[in-house]
Write a protein that binds this ligand. Sequence first.
Ligand SMILES: NC(=O)c1ccc[n+]([C@@H]2O[C@H](COP(=O)([O-])OP(=O)(O)OC[C@H]3O[C@@H](n4cnc5c(N)ncnc54)[C@H](OP(=O)(O)O)[C@@H]3O)[C@@H](O)[C@H]2O)c1
Length: 283
Amino acid sequence: MKNFPGDALFSLNGKGKNVKSDASGNGVMRSVLITGATGGIGAELAHHYATPGRTLILWGRNTLRLTQIATECCARGAVVHTRQIDLCDGAAALTAFEEDDAAHNMDCVVLGAGLSDIQSLEDRTEDPRKVLQLGLVNYATPVTLATAAARSMVERGHGHIALIGSVAGFYEMPFSASYCSSKSGLAFFAKSAAPAWRQYGVKLTLIVPGFVDTPMSQRLEGPRPFLVSAKKAARVIARAIAQGRREYVFPWPFRVLRVVERLLPQRLREHILLRLAVGQTDS
Ligand SMILES: NC(=O)c1ccc[n+]([C@@H]2O[C@H](COP(=O)([O-])OP(=O)(O)OC[C@H]3O[C@@H](n4cnc5c(N)ncnc54)[C@H](OP(=O)(O)O)[C@@H]3O)[C@@H](O)[C@H]2O)c1
């Protein structure tokens, strides 16, 4: 069966067979929702989770790419539903989530959609419209969806939610204040919500990537230290989820940097961050 997105279903009779076990002890992950499934990391995660017997609910904006990824996941044996949606509309996203959750009883929700922005060297501030979009897509909508997911998982007594943050959330970056603060906000949300939900059997993992080779980081003008491929990122993200980690920072040099930078005085941090020459191309 194959329709086209809006809210489409792709199937090659995968249902009911060989569902992979979740090593976190929650039994099986029969249904997995991924937002940002059309992106570099999201698409690789979709491929990773596409196995016979599993239902994938893939959200994105780009219809063509959504159809392509759904077809690939379907060929791997998963049942795939797609939804074309703009996460700037948080209320619509919440309604869509409630519909999809009622239909599929989601076991795992990976909230990976995200936007980045870097102020150009000529501009004195970021563009306020982009700042609004970024706050909605990177922070307001994911924490809303995470809460909605937790609410229904708590009723069922199990479930796993993953938020995709960024190492940018560790740094107060003068040229990208909205992006780094949106990711820092997600991290604070995850730290606050994880212990509250865990007591009801719902796990929350904050994924904190460094540079991953996707369209988002390919726009950056400047070095991308410790770059990892999207495929490898998806593999380690899925492993961190399966292990039920609360936070997973990768690749490892960023874990080391985190310790070292805590020793720097604030003024020196600001001095270094102000002098980083990072730009971005338009597409
Ligand atoms: N790449 C990196 O180096 C890196 C580092 C740290 C953290 N991250 C985080 O990892 C996550 C995935 O990023 P990526 O590298 O895979 O980036 P990407 O390839 O640019 O993908 C971004 C994804 O977010 C979706 N998205 C953006 N705006 C949206 C909106 N308004 N409504 C719905 N969906 C929207 C995109 O959908 P469409 O393409 O369909 O529009 C796409 O699926 C993001 O949260 C990002 O902040 C990435």
